[in-house]
Design a protein around this ligand. Sequence first.
Ligand code: NBG
Length: 922
Amino acid sequence: MELALASSGHCGLAPRRPAARRASRARGPMVRSVLEINKPANTANGAGKVDLAGEVANELKYRLAAPKADTDKLYQSVAWSVHNRLVDAFDKTHEHWNKEDPKHVYYLSAEFLMGRTLTNAVHNMGLQGDYAEALKQFGQTLEGVHGAETDAALGNGGLGRLAACFLDSMATLDLPGWGYGIRYRYGMFRQAIKDGLQVELPDYWLDNGNPWEIRRPETRFNVGFYGKLEGDKWVPGEEVIAEAYDVPIPGYGTKTCSNLRLWDALPLVELDLDAFNAGQYEKAVEQKRKADDIAAVLYPNDATEYGKELRLKQQFFFVSASLQDTIARYLEKHSDLAGLPEKACFQMNDTHPTIAVAELMRLLIDVHGLPYDKAWAITTKSLAYTNHTVMPEALEKWPVAVMQKLLPRHMQLIEQINDAWLASVKDHSASKGAQLQAAKKAEREAAAAAAKEERAKAAAAALEAATTPEEKAAAEAAAKKAEEEAEAALKAILEEDAKVDYVAEVLKSYSIIQENQWNKGEMLVNMAYLAVVGSFAVNGVAAIHSEIIKTDIFPQFVELTPEKFQNKTNGVTLRRWLAYCNPELSALITEALGTDAWVKDATLLAGLKPFAEDAAFRKRWRDVKFAKKAALAKHIKEVTGYEVSTQPLFDVQVKRIHEYKRQFMNAISIIYRYKKIKEMSPEERKKVVPRVCIFGGKAASAYYMAKKIVALVVAIAAKVNNDPEVGDLLKVVFLPNYNVSEAEVIIPAAELSQHISTAGTEASGTSNMKFALNGSFIIGTMDGANIEIGENTGFENLFIFGVQAEEINRLREERKDFKDYDPRWTEALEWVKAGAFGRADYFDDLVASVNDMTRGNDWFLLANDFASYMDAQDEVDKLYRDQEEWTRRSILYTAGNGFFSSDRTIDQYAKEIWSVQPCRQA
Ligand code: NBG
């Protein structure tokens, strides 16, 4: 919507001013406005209040030079005005921290999935009422302009969004801490659906400028790559400049405003004028192009050699700049780097930043002149590592050859670290090796003894059966021969065993540098091992995951240092994921609890439990859900053109598309549901619980199967939604370009959400927490945080199905012989194969991957879980028919899951890993 502005004051751009300023506030939780806390001198008016409307008008006129205040320009002007408030709060916080000099945590992460900032910042600072009032004078609302903001999608999925939630909680808890990452110019790709298939488009998120960052041209560090070693001295062959951009992070209900520092990459020489003048235009900008590559996109395709190198380059780039920056700040106040661990803790978010182990060593030794041992002591007291996945492909291993070429000094240091580490575990390996050898021998001998007993029994039987002396003699001879052969075989085996160097085998299991098991001769640096050796703490992200990393990923390290290994179950910020994305539910909760303190103390949500028994409250709870469903239905219509009713059960699966997350299993179940509806009589159809099945999620650009899964869901939607026989009984929707802002519309509207990964594969999941807090039921496996959500909500309130994590290895081995196919499975897949959804050839590989064991291996065991999944879905339908009971339990989801606030998680990190204390301004 465009509107012309009233022409008075401020060069014709000032809005009309109301006679008296009313203290109006938008719905949602309220905190003391930072306007009352920080009054910027230049904008405070005579009454001591800030003239926000005037400020917005100023931004419109002077920063944007906007001839008209359309929604987009108004958004930008408001954003720049909020920016000013943020800068005030940022400066005061950092002045305070600078004075107090507390220990800081630095969260190193390749991803920060921030989403939109306006609503969050305005609410966190308690300014929603003031800005709503200011916007009224332009005939707009905060909600009206908020949609004009582009998501900052500097992340893939859960890991990046977790980092963003953590920043919010760190600031809210007044913990001195910064995030450190890369200012990707294009972030994650934008997903569109074209001719039924996913296409990837660049995400030009910075096109209209970015009011949420502060460029710091004075904060620059050089980062080198390639080159050669002269002894221990590294002479890089290429260098770029890392330039800082600060993104202020306002805490909720506090003056604290912390920082996310993102690095941009610049060339040392932007334009080689000589080359340019000589007509060598490409050469003239070669340095710039190379620097541009570094900060261009998140996770460049690493299928090519250059792609691999670029990824490692990115990782090193931001880690090096961040460590240089922290050390420089430390040295402004302190002279002895031995004290660094008392002032700084670096949390490495997954393996992407783990080159930090070698880089911190390099900086301490090569740049600051410390001896190796001292540097190692500092490094291992400053670094901590979080593991976020057990998927082997995501546990990074860099070829030694690539590391050697790109970072020769780091490779040298990693070898040194590895040698020292292996030397330190030599004795342990020797005794463990000897034990293993003895155990092996005992095992062989026991097996031989058992076999001998069997043979003796058989020989005795043969002897008894023999009737003639000749037969007896033959039986005795046969028994003797068998005995001699068995003894010879045992001897040979024991001799072979003796040749195995168990000690060396054990030692290898500890080595950071290992041979590629799929490519003999190629050596790899195992970054997770480097992180474990270089850190003082290692944690998983949900209780079951933290156990799995101990038993399956790092068991040998746990043996040596069990105290290093911890669990920190993930959490989400209740500000964004309940209070702001669902203001209607938030208002109802506040009314029931008589306080909005739950926004900061999520344990208070437990106070909702008695309200589950109150029919009038349940009605209101349903009304809110209904309103959110209506908003989502509207969004679905706008984006996909599909019209969905708000009456059916809204069933949602939104997350990255991956075989282990098993969107395909959900799709197969929908196909079956559709087929059955078509076969039903009108009478039978009346009994069906209608559903809208909603999917969202991006498939990695090079992920063959994931793209087919997207296509299948889109094809099912096209067929089902246009089938007049089915009507509102079933609708299927694929919402393209799933991101934080989409999630904010989808999650509050969900009634059922699917978290159906193969047990033991999803480290935690965090959307499951968001759905639960918004009163959505969970259908899921005993995996990741589902288990703890079950413990908190009561397992009887979840729809749990499927095999357990402990059974997976065995079932994978037996999968080829699996015969117990559910008839529903077969019927649905046959239909796909017969081309019911078109593209039968295109879907052939996908179907074969789970259904034809000569071509695929159903690694994620869809067939094993399908029957129990379908049964759980039947239970869902049964319960949904009883709306009172459904609502009662929905309330218990919100009431039971305050545990999953990221404030709780961050408090645990601060106390149990970082040793960082709150540092709050008075
Ligand atoms: C993801 C896991 C999720 C988990 C998030 C946050 C990676 C590598 N891991 O299960 O798959 O919730 O991390 O911990 O993205």
